[in-house]
Design a binder for this molecule. Structure first.
Ligand code: SAH
Length: 270
């Protein structure tokens, strides 16, 4: 009897669902395989004893240099300021500790609550197309881990970022503040509506995908401003650059992408 009850609690692949397996299951399988290898090789790679913390920092610097050269520069992102920002932000600090050794691969990683941190190349690309500048006020929708916000904060005057999942928003708020990003303002709420009190924004970066571009975001974009946004249903999303000029909107599709959906407070998809 006991045995039957236990097997009822297992999923069809017969593996018990622990927080760790849930983490792995939340991302696609090639990525999960890479993660498994990193997780089990990570301790060997980084060494196991305490005197290694300096080596660990050096290793992360090398991994970050490799990420910037191989996955960003070699794929066409040339703006030295963006490459510098991607080099400056310590991506491993934005992912759960047990997967830090995978933080510099060019793929998304799970950050909890079924959400992901975007792949570095896409972060760099979205940053490049808004033409960041030190005088700009930027709105981000979908704070997630806070990584994209940190990259924007390296390049712009201020960043306003909205996250709908409270635990993620609170965690990122603390992390960004601990890392000294005092030009980032995090709000828990529904980003579909934008952030009216601080509008207009010189640029808007949307990191979750609605099926249509939210009108409040269009309204909150300054004239001459740029918005980068993944639009479309799961499996058919396109990264779209929108520019507002003399009150008119111009749209330019960039590449097909795969982002988590933009959802409302009741979990409904926009
Ligand atoms: N920019 C993030 C990646 C975000 S993943 C990073 O650098 O890590 C997309 C995020 O959008 C998720 O955290 C998800 O919870 C959030 N999200 C989904 N719908 C939202 C909405 N309506 N308003 C604000 N955030 C939303």
């Amino acid at each position: 009897m006991k045995k039957t009850q236990r097997s009822d609690n297992l999923k069809s692949d017969d593996s018990p669902i622990t927080p760790f397996t849930r983490l792995l299951k939340s991302i696609s399988s090639p990525c999960a395989l890479y993660l498994c290898v990193s997780l089990f090789m990570g301790p060997l790679f980084f060494g196991c004893n305490a005197q290694d913390s300096e080596d660990k920092t050096d290793t992360f610097i090398h991994l970050r240099e490799h990420m910037v050269t191989q996955h960003i520069k070699n794929r066409g992102i040339q703006d030295p300021r963006i490459l510098k920002a991607m080099m400056a932000v310590e991506r491993h600090k934005f992912v759960p500790e047990q997967i830090q050794s995978s933080a510099y691969g060019d793929f998304p990683l799970p950050i909890g609550e079924g959400q992901t941190i975007s792949q570095p190349y896409i972060v760099a690309l979205m940053t490049e197309v808004i033409k960041p500048h030190s005088s700009m006020k930027v709105l981000e929708i979908g704070t997630g881990s806070g990584y994209q916000a940190a990259v924007l904060a390296e390049l712009c005057k201020s960043v306003y970022t909205i996250e709908i999942v409270e635990s993620l928003g609170e965690r990122s708020k603390k992390l960004l503040s601990d890392l000294g990003y005092d030009n980032v303002h995090v709000k828990i709420g529904d980003g579909f509506r934008g952030w009216e009190e601080n509008a207009p924004f010189d640029a808007i970066v949307v990191t979750c995908a609605p099926s249509r571009v939210p009108q409040p975001l269009i309204d909150q974009l300054t004239d001459g401003g740029r918005m980068i946004i993944p639009v479309g249903e799961a499996g058919a999303q396109e990264l779209v650059l929108m520019t507002k000029k003399d009150g008119e909107l111009h749209e330019h599709a960039i590449i097909p992408v795969r982002f988590v959906p933009m959802v409302g407070s009741g979990g409904e998809m926009y």
